[in-house]
Ligand binder design. Structure first.
Ligand code: SF4
Length: 139
């Protein structure tokens, strides 16, 4: 991996712009979770609000606040939407392709087994199937 890509990956991680990928279906815990998306929204919002306030006060122009709304959309709302869409798509694949996905103890949004309180993945079924109970809503 070249240094520029590594640098931008690090920046992405710092501001949580990462969308995650199918590898998260094999990781416990996954890199992108609903919590990481929420944390990213809060972090980016805080940074954007500070930047907007500083710019408005520095230039003493309230019109810049509209520019702030525009930046807020592209810096916070749109990345969060993209992250959440990718996250939901990945979870649907996980649900479809694992035993846990059809179990009533599986909590999709957190990728967790509710009775063992452990993350599940394609390679990790914490109960090895012994506690599996059909989720009748899926059948
Ligand atoms: S009980 Fe077993 S099969 Fe069901 S979600 Fe938990 S680990 Fe998966």
């Amino acid at each position: 991996m070249n240094k520029t890509k590594l640098f931008f990956d690090k920046i992405k991680d710092i501001f949580m712009f990462r969308e995650g990928g199918d590898t998260d279906n094999y990781l416990t815990p996954p890199v992108v979770t609903s919590g990481s998306i929420l944390w990213g929204i809060l972090l980016r919002s805080a940074v954007m609000i500070i930047i907007i306030i500083v710019l408005v006060l520095a230039f003493n122009k309230r019109d810049l606040a509209w520019f702030g709304v525009f930046i807020f959309w592209f810096g916070v709302v749109y990345p969060a939407y993209k992250q959440y869409t990718a996250f939901n798509k990945r979870l649907s694949v996980l649900e479809e392709e694992t035993l846990c996905g059809k179990c009533k103890h599986f909590v999709k949004e957190s990728q967790l087994c509710s009775i063992l309180d452990e993350h599940i993945s394609k390679d990790n079924i914490p109960c090895d199937g012994s506690s599996w109970e059909a989720n009748m809503e899926l059948f």
